[in-house]
Design a protein around this ligand. Structure first.
Ligand SMILES: *Cc1c(COP(=O)(O)O)cnc(C)c1O
Length: 352
């Protein structure tokens, strides 16, 4: 706080990201990053752009990247928006579609950036409760919301909503923009992107930070009907005409061409997730069903917060949320199989 701060600034409560401690090396299972490096093709493409041409501005429309993404999803370039991480893409989309509307609706437990953006952009919001098993029941979504935002799979639960349910939602709420945040869709779910051709009220947001091992490059995207994409671009061009730098455009374009390492990495993560679940269950853990690169777990007797602290002491970082309904759960990102074996070894030591 400072006497120079505005009343508005005093009232903001910014998003709190998972720890990125620099004091020692941890087995880092707390921010859903990929344990695998970006592919050589991506690194070569970035290196190839490290030259005196960095004195020039990048292509403000990032056309080569948007074309590559359009090809990947069998869409047109006009259906693709790219931004500086999907958090930024979400920020533009919120302003484009939800400002000065009725309250937007999202689940009571979901990505905590949504309410942060609503407060920053002065957007009204309402929440609807997940079921006791942390699932979304689309019948509990309020009538006539100003918009609907769903992370699918949801975070930090990992629960997945079937594409049929999403289609029902799009039909029922055809007058508002339904935003599906697919940050974790590549870990076993089926993307709802093909529905874009039928439903002009659907916008799908994705990121290269998780399944494409590029959290440090900051690239996110939105897919939707041309009119929605034009709307997001209008906000972008009112804020920063060049959100993606030359290196990010080159690396991201190469990533969408390299299907082999993309598929190999996500398959390895899915396999490590299933191994971890099978190993944790007989140790007294309840695991919420997950189609993400993380699992939400709860032990029969040992409190989550104590587990979190003891694991940290032993050099294993997981995420603990001091939030209603989930404050006795841990969210554990899926790393390599060997990292998951280390986690299990530490948990066995703690639990005796
Ligand atoms: C990680 C995450 C994002 C943000 O990803 P960036 O592209 O790194 O900004 C968006 N939505 C959800 C649900 C996430 O978990």
């Amino acid at each position: 706080m400072s006497k120079y701060w505005s009343e508005f600034l005093n009232q903001l409560s910014p998003y709190v990201a998972g720890e990125q401690p620099q004091d020692r090396s941890y087995v880092k299972l707390n921010t859903n990053e990929s344990p695998y490096p970006p592919s050589d093709a991506v690194l070569d493409a970035i290196r190839g752009r490290v030259s005196d041409r960095l004195r020039l501005y990048p292509d403000p429309e990032a056309t080569t990247l948007r074309q590559g993404i359009a090809d990947f999803y069998a869409l047109k370039t006009e259906n693709v928006f790219v931004g500086n991480g999907s958090d930024e893409v979400l920020g533009f989309a919120f302003q484009a579609f939800y400002k000065d509307k009725q309250a937007v609706a999202f689940p009571d437990i979901t990505y905590s950036f949504y309410p942060v953006y609503c407060r920053l952009f002065d957007i009204d919001f309402q929440t609807f409760a997940l079921t006791d098993t942390f699932e979304i029941d689309i019948n509990t979504i309020p009538e006539n919301p100003g918009g609907i935002i769903i992370a699918n799979p949801n975070a930090p639960t990992g629960c997945y909503l079937d594409i049929k349910q999403i289609e029902a939602l799009l039909q029922k709420h055809s007058n508002t923009v339904v935003l599906i945040d697919e940050a974790y869709i590549d870990f076993g779910g089926i993307s709802c992107v093909p529905l874009i051709k039928t439903y002009p009220n659907l916008v799908v947001v994705q990121t290269l930070s998780k399944s494409r091992s590029l959290a440090g490059l900051r690239v996110g995207l939105a897919l939707g009907d041309k009119q929605l994409i034009d709307g997001i671009s209008r906000v972008k061009n009112s804020f920063n005409a060049y959100p993606l730098d030359t290196l990010a455009i080159a690396g991201a374009t190469a990533s969408f061409r390299d299907k082999v390492s993309f598929d190999r990495n996500r398959e390895q993560i899915i396999a490590a997730r299933e191994w971890t679940i099978k190993t944790l269950e007989p140790m007294g853990f309840h695991i919420v069903p997950s189609k993400a690169n993380f699992i939400m777990i709860q032990h029969r007797t040992k409190l989550a917060k104590a587990l979190y602290l003891e694991l940290k002491e032993m050099g294993v970082l997981v995420r603990y949320f001091d939030a209603p309904r989930i404050d006795n759960y841990l969210r554990v990102s899926i790393g390599t199989l060997s990292e998951m074996q280390t986690l299990i070894k530490c948990l066995k030591k703690i639990l005796g």
